[in-house]
Design a protein around this ligand. Structure first.
Ligand code: SF4
Length: 505
């Protein structure tokens, strides 16, 4: 009989969450490094360079890879011969570990969890509760997988109850383009097949805990149907040409994981859950000898990457930029932003559009300004702001027309594509949409030299800030004519991959 002490589980969960906030798994670093080497689209290559540089900076600085530090998901297997020296439930111990990790003063993580999700949506302030999956297994150990899942990638999850004769491959290939780039590719797809509706979703999530090893599988060949599907889907998804951050390119998925389970004769449940550029998970076992020890990766695990500022990079002064100047920007152009920008995301946009509907004056003047869709991590030590990468722009699509029409806003900065309603408004008001690299939050934060809350402080990380930036790198994603790089890029690269028979497997 093994005795597991309460504080050993609490501290191990806390240590794992801190660890994964700043260390990518080594298999992920290597896979992005290989994709970076192979990439032919300069914009996608630069996005991967930013992800790799950010990753190494986070490992050195012990600060979060992404401003979205995720919802904690735990898979725990408890041996039947384990005895607990504890007065808390196992769920309470795990949640205490989450609380300890997210409020650690040296590396405060963003609290992103809102209680009463269809009501008050009030922040629980310590990122609890975790989503916990239990299994009771033979043995005398406790085996734990801890993950912190980004909201942007979780939002792109898909599920279908297919007919038994339907093709899983066809369904996945139909779904992936509809997922856009809000899941911050390149990443992994977890696919669950069979069981019941909830079992398929769980299999897809669990599949993401496995290491990236598609190249090993290619060498040894598929041994079962799940492995056949992995090989086929990995190649066919990459042939879609979606590429890093949806800019078009050779690598959309670094790996595809498939888990299956016996199914009812009438059903074929299938689920997709993507894992993003902030792939974060760790594994530990408790055997009664104390808390888990996690071995940090070596800095040599990161490839040497340098970003080349191409000759066509434009420096922009946001304090003096004009409507005429933004008309010269073309989709795919790289800009370095300087000067002052405002921030705002879901809650601030809802509040502002509600105020406009009531004829009230906004607390900030948006005329001629740029707004950055971001919810930063709180700063520590000498930082002016914590990691502050872009959030998914499509969530702000429904507010865009009102914002452009009624405030005189000139431009927006966010992550991934815009939907058609936003693009039409951008074209009509000759505004512009710029994208920053999702998953490069600590790198982006280095460009922010001053941060001040200017409205809605009660919204916490969703408050409106004014940032002063120096050389913040962005790509023009929708120009004043409404041309979107997220439409033209993948189309061009899918055609090129096909025409030139480029190997993307
Ligand atoms: S990398 Fe992208 S999807 Fe992942 S947590 Fe960060 S912003 Fe969200």
């Amino acid at each position: 009989m093994t005795v597991i002490r309460q504080d050993d589980l609490i501290q191990s969960v806390a240590d794992s969450l801190q660890y994964i906030s700043y260390y990518h798994p080594v298999d992920f670093i290597k896979a992005v490094g290989e994709a970076y080497e192979r990439e032919q689209n300069p914009a996608a290559k630069d996005a991967m360079a930013q992800i790799l540089i950010n990753s190494r900076m986070c490992a050195e600085g012990h600060r979060p890879i992404c401003q979205d530090t995720g919802i904690v998901t735990v898979f725990i297997q408890v041996g039947m011969n384990v005895q607990w020296d504890a007065d808390m439930s196992v769920s309470d111990m795990i949640n205490e570990g989450v609380r300890r990790a997210y409020n650690l003063p040296d590396n405060v993580l963003r609290a992103s969890i809102l209680a009463d999700p269809d009501g008050a949506r009030s922040n629980t302030k310590d990122n609890t509760p975790a989503v916990i999956h239990f299994e009771i297994v033979p043995g005398d150990k406790v085996d734990v997988h801890v993950a912190a899942k980004g909201g942007g990638s979780e939002a792109k999850s898909k599920f279908a109850m297919l007919n038994p004769s339907d093709s899983v491959v066809e369904w996945v290939l139909k779904m992936v383009p509809t997922m856009g780039a809000g899941w911050c590719p390149p990443g992994m797809l977890g696919i669950g097949i069979g069981g019941t509706a909830e079992k398929a979703m769980l299999l897809a999530k669990e599949a993401l805990l496995d290491p990236i090893d598609i190249h090993d599988l290619q060498k040894r060949g598929a041994g079962n149907r799940a492995e056949e599907l992995r090989l086929e889907l990995h190649e066919k998804i990459n042939k879609l040409g979606i590429g890093a951050q949806g800019l078009g390119g050779l690598t959309t998925v670094l790996d595809v994981k498939v888990k299956d389970y016996p199914s009812h004769a009438a059903n074929k449940a299938v689920a997709i859950i993507p894992n993003c550029a902030a792939t974060r998970h760790a594994h530990f076992t408790l055997d009664g000898s104390g808390p888990a020890a996690l071995t940090p990766p070596s800095l040599e695990d990161w490839p040497e990457v340098t970003r080349e500022a191409g000759g066509d990079v434009k420096r922009v002064n946001l304090d003096t930029v004009t409507a005429e100047e933004i008309k010269t920007w073309k989709p795919g152009d790289t800009l370095l932003l300087n000067g002052k920008m405002l921030t705002g995301r879901d809650a601030a946009h809802k509040k502002m559009t509600d105020m406009l509907a009531k004829g009230e004056t906004l607390p900030v003047d948006l005329k001629g300004r740029f707004i950055y869709y971001v919810g930063p991590v709180d700063p520590v030590r000498e930082e002016v702001v914590g990691p502050a990468g872009p959030t998914t722009a499509t969530r702000m699509d429904k507010f865009t027309r009102t914002m452009l029409a009624e405030t005189g806003l000139m431009g927006m900065i966010g992550k991934s594509e815009r939907g058609d309603i936003a693009i039409e408004a951008i074209k009509e008001f000759e505004a512009v949409y710029l994208m920053a690299t999702g998953g490069a939050a600590y790198l982006v934060a280095q460009a922010i030299k001053k941060a001040e809350v200017v409205a809605f402080p009660e919204l916490g990380m969703e408050a409106i800030y004014e940032f002063t930036v120096e050389d913040m790198p962005v790509t023009v994603a929708v120009d004043t004519q409404g041309e979107s790089v997220h439409k033209t890029g993948p189309q061009f690269w899918a055609a090129k991959i096909e025409a030139e028979k480029i190997n993307v497997a």
